[in-house]
Design a protein around this ligand. Structure first.
Ligand SMILES: Cc1cc2nc3c(=O)[nH]c(=O)nc-3n(C[C@H](O)[C@H](O)[C@H](O)COP(=O)(O)OP(=O)(O)OC[C@H]3O[C@@H](n4cnc5c(N)ncnc54)[C@H](O)[C@@H]3O)c2cc1C
Length: 510
């Protein structure tokens, strides 16, 4: 676990890191040759020029504001920034701005994020690329005087469909000197979201062909980010992680879960390797069984930008062996479903409200709003996992203790919150709050869409009408029993709670 000071010693990367480094070199010696190759057009399509910049002259600095994609290699935004810097004969630097709080993020999320950045700083230093870790909101950190002090001629950033980063970008763009260029790169989606479609898609079935048709062009190998020939303008100042930690204004009671998800790109890639070598083969058959460890568990690393989902997809395709159903199943989730989430959040400003649901879903939930609820639980009871339902309580324990809930149970978990709260509005609010506070992969488009799917029928259809749910798809305990051994799952997390209580007693009696 992190020592919270950012001074953690970094281990040498796992075997997969060396393998990927050779593959990047085999793809192209650098991004310059990549752009001239048959794949070059795909990178050009990933870039949106938001401001041309009236005086982009040689010898300045290209600065990458790393916002969503917090990794060095396999990052199209940094690759584009390096291509621009090489072309301009400019230095290359990276800045990360860490606001003291953000949405429902807790210490669990911030420690994962910051510990991952220790690796980013180390890797950038080895490539003669400057790194700045700044505490505060991006528009404040990226002031014109800060940009001028670095001699920035071109500012590059990545893409997020969420409200807050979009507002930050708009504010930075407005304040930017007209002499500077501003470029945005979609480094998160395999097919850039603006290439896939320009409207909100109805469901997976409508976006799937739009993505799959374009995969041959965009699911390309990555060239390497290379040692930059022009060193940064100013000598590097080591990032002050301890001060950033101290300044956080977040709930520190939600502790890190490093024993399950070790932060950083290397750990994320090691997890990818273990998924493909030992779990992928059963992914298709067992992915809906919470007692079987077959899922990729990639979401924490991917959502924090530490591993590229494009890299995960390439690796699964190349190294996944003869398991066509599992490989196809993974591509469906990791590309089609995931990119559908970005599509919804980008095109629908109400992505975390019932107003974002389809008309049929809003209507049916309204019609059943006054239905008598058999059980009503408070926020505290839900958070403590104190309901009458032992499966739900076990799922909540998994979320609290491990920082991630099994994908199948996530649906059951959220639907029960609809059943046990006074209104669909309250259900949505509580489910999003719990998911974003406790799930290490929370605060992400996938989370907003997953909760909206469960409670508000997003990307789904109407089902047989019933109490409270109306036409929203229903799930129940008996159905879970038919799918997997519920008792086994409940026992595991009951034992975990018992062991924890005993540990507390022992500590308390000292
Ligand atoms: C109520 C609810 C809340 C959810 N909250 C989140 C969240 O906060 N963050 C999050 O990343 N996902 C969320 N999901 C979607 C999905 O459950 C997770 O992506 C998945 O469990 C992540 O685990 P994994 O990486 O082991 O998944 P795998 O099954 O190994 O899938 C690989 C990748 O595919 C993508 N994926 C898988 N299932 C979905 C899906 N249904 N929709 C979109 N993308 C998917 C993810 O990026 C995932 O990492 C939620 C789903 C529901 C129903």
């Amino acid at each position: 676990m992190s020592d919270m000071s950012g001074t953690k010693k970094l281990k040498r990367g796992p075997e997969i890191c060396d393998q990927l480094a050779s593959q990047r070199l085999a793809c192209s010696p650098s991004v310059t040759e990549f752009l001239a190759s048959k794949h070059g057009a795909s990178l050009k399509q990933r870039v949106k020029v938001l401001s041309e910049g009236s005086e982009v002259k040689a010898g300045g600095t290209v600065l990458y504001w790393m916002c969503r994609d917090k990794r060095v290699q396999d990052n199209w935004a940094l690759l584009h920034a390096q291509a621009a810097a090489l072309e301009q004969g400019a230095g290359l630097e990276v800045v990360v701005c860490v606001p003291p709080s953000l949405g429902e993020m807790t210490l669990r999320h911030y420690s994962f994020l910051l510990d991952g950045l220790v690796e980013v700083e180390e890797e950038l230093a080895s490539l003669d690329i400057g790194f700045h870790l700044l505490a505060g909101d991006p528009p404040t950190c990226l002031s014109t005087s800060f940009l001028a002090s670095l001699g920035v001629t071109t500012l590059v950033t990545d893409f997020s469909p969420l409200r807050q980063p979009r507002a930050w970008l708009a504010s930075i763009q407005q304040a930017l000197l007209s002499s500077m260029a501003l470029h945005q790169v979609d480094a998160h989606n395999v097919v850039p979201h603006w290439v896939t479609t320009d409207k909100q898609e109805y469901a997976a079935r409508t976006i799937r062909p739009k993505i799959m048709n374009k995969l041959p062009m965009y699911l390309t190998p990555f060239p390497p980010v290379i040692k930059h020939p022009m060193p940064p303008k100013n000598p590097p100042i080591p990032a002050d992680f301890a001060t950033v930690y101290k300044g956080l204004e977040v709930d520190r009671s939600v502790r890190p879960v490093d024993e399950h998800f070790q932060p950083g790109t290397r750990a994320g890639l090691a997890n990818l390797q273990s998924f493909v070598s030992s779990r992928l083969r059963s992914y298709s058959a067992d992915r809906n069984n919470p007692n079987k460890a077959v899922l990729s568990n990639m979401s924490p690393w991917v959502n924090h930008g530490q591993v590229s989902m494009q890299r995960a997809a390439l690796y699964v395709k190349a190294e996944g062996g003869n398991h066509p159903d599992s490989k196809a199943g993974f591509i469906e989730e990791a590309i089609v479903r995931k990119e559908l989430s970005d599509n919804f959040c980008f095109h629908n400003p109400h992505y975390d409200s019932l107003l974002g649901a389809s008309d049929w879903a809003q209507k049916t939930l309204k019609e059943h709003k006054e239905d008598q609820r058999e059980y009503l639980y408070t926020r505290e009871q839900l958070e403590a996992g104190e309901t009458h339902d032992d499966l739900w309580n076990a799922a909540q324990t998994q979320l609290v203790e491990e920082g991630k809930l099994h994908g199948f149970l996530r649906m059951y978990w959220a639907k029960k919150i609809l059943e046990w709260t006074a209104s669909p509005e309250e259900a949505l609010q509580e489910a999003l709050r719990l998911n974003d506070r406790l799930a290490l992969d929370g605060n992400d488009p996938n989370g907003f869409v997953g909760v909206m799917w469960s409670i508000a029928g997003l990307h789904d259809q109407g089902w047989a009408e019933r109490k409270v749910f109306g036409k929203i798809r229903y799930m129940n305990y008996a159905g879970c029993r038919r799918k997997f051994d519920v008792d086994q799952f409940v026992l595991k997390y009951k034992n975990m709670n018992t062991a924890k209580a005993k540990g507390t007693e022992t500590k308390g009696s000292k």
